[in-house]
Design a protein around this ligand. Structure first.
Ligand code: NAD
Ligand code: TYD
Length: 349
């Protein structure tokens, strides 16, 4: 029975992946998560209770702990999600991003290298973002595996540095590593600092919907289960040393996304059409704001037969329902610390 280490498995994508892995992988699954503001053990409580996941509360920067976990479980696969992940927070304070995203990735790479020592059949899957590529002009072709890195935010720069480390550990030390660069995810358990859950909860509560700048920035949206299916395909059949780009081919402006959300919320709450749209307010833009992302996932599609199954506009009503049905969760994660962040980020925009 082979054991997998899932870092950041109490966060948004990691928790969704742990759920999928629990259904598909028979061996032990170990989650290592520091439970920062973005991590919540409730996201995987049922898996822990059912003993499908063994949870370790700890920091990926803690080399002694990471070595101990490798020695105990003899992982043959690491799926590395743990990160500081929010661009706006990285602009307010970059230090934790450099520490976890660069330093923490380095600790994991070294631990895997030492533990595996060139043995066959091991995998280190590093989950990264399309933001490492910077942004595109309107007519530019989408990002591809060989697009040069040109990050714009402290978050993107820290992920870019981590990607470089992973590729160096693969090339120089022979670590069996693979990088996945993914577009913007949406789905259940996403922390409500990101665009989609923030707008859903504000619309439900009749609060302003703060759209940065003109709202015409474009993101390539992907449902989290489609992303997790791609990660699973890469774990099972991906080629070491390769980079896989994962996009949903659903480019939408932020205003389009917010309008879909408004319609879905009005529908779910039986409000008159147009009620939530009135809450939209254009606010001061994000500094260094990337204008457009788009990904070419043809390598993943062609080599591993993956394709996205969800569509943003049709998936949003179910997602709104999920947030309405998980009020205890949304109340708990929007604690005092969240309210302080919200004040700091939005009060003077
Ligand atoms: P998230 O912020 O929801 O979750 C991150 C998790 O990592 C949390 O559970 C947190 O507690 C944990 N963590 C943070 N620092 C840690 C540390 N030092 N040690 C151990 N655990 C720590 O993030 P997410 O949206 O689930 O993103 C997961 C990964 O996917 C990240 O690497 C992110 O860069 C990447 N990614 C995210 C998106 C997206 O749209 N959300 C898109 C592309 C790539
Ligand atoms: P976000 O969810 O933070 O993801 P990323 O910055 O990683 O793409 O933001 C998605 C887009 O939505 C981005 O262009 C910034 C914009 N945005 C707003 O307009 N208002 C908001 O309150 C937030 C959080 C984001």
């Amino acid at each position: 029975m082979t054991a997998w280490l899932i870092t950041g498995g109490a966060g948004f994508i990691g928790a969704n992946f742990a759920r999928m892995a629990a259904a598909r992988h028979a061996g032990p699954l170990v989650v290592l998560d520091a439970l920062t503001y973005a991590g919540n053990v409730a996201n995987i409580a049922d898996l822990i209770e059912a003993r499908r996941v063994q949870f370790h509360h700890g920091d990926i920067c803690d080399a002694a702990l990471v070595d101990r976990l490798f020695a105990t479980y003899r992982f043959d696969c690491v799926v590395h999600f743990a990160a500081e992940s929010h661009v706006d927070r990285s602009i307010l304070g970059p230090q934790p991003f450099l520490r976890t995203n660069i330093g923490g990735t380095h600790v994991l790479l070294d631990a895997a290298r030492r533990a595996w020592n060139g043995e066959a059949g091991r995998r280190f899957i590093h989950i990264s973002t399309d933001e490492v590529f910077g942004d595109l002009e309107p007519g530019d072709p989408p990002f591809a595996e060989r697009t040069p890195y040109r990050p714009s935010s402290p978050y993107a720069a820290s992920k870019a540095a981590a990607d470089h480390l992973v590729r160096v550990w693969q090339r120089t030390y022979g670590l069996p590593a693979i990088v996945i660069n993914c577009g913007n995810n949406y789905g259940p358990w996403q922390f409500p600092e990101k665009l989609i859950p923030l707008m859903i909860l504000n619309a439900v509560e009749g609060r302003e919907l703060p759209v940065y700048g003109d709202g015409l920035q474009v993101r390539d949206w992907l449902h989290v289960t489609d992303h997790c299916r791609a990660v699973m395909a890469v774990v099972e059949k991906g080629e070491v040393g390769h980079t896989y780009l994962v996009g949903g081919d659903e480019p939408r402006t932020n205003l389009e996304v917010v309008s879909y959300i408004c319609r879905a919320v009005d529908g779910a709450l039986d409000r008159a059409p147009g009620t939530s749209e009135k809450l939209i307010r254009h606010v001061k833009d994000r500094p260094g704001h990337d204008r457009r992302y788009a990904l070419d996932s043809s390598f993943l599609r062609g080599s591993l037969g993956w394709r996205p199954l969800e569509k943003l506009e049709t998936a949003l009503p179910a997602l709104v329902r999920w947030y309405l049905d998980h009020k205890d969760w949304t109340d708990a994660v929007r604690s005092g610390a969240y309210r302080q962040y919200y004040e700091r980020q939005y009060a003077e925009r």
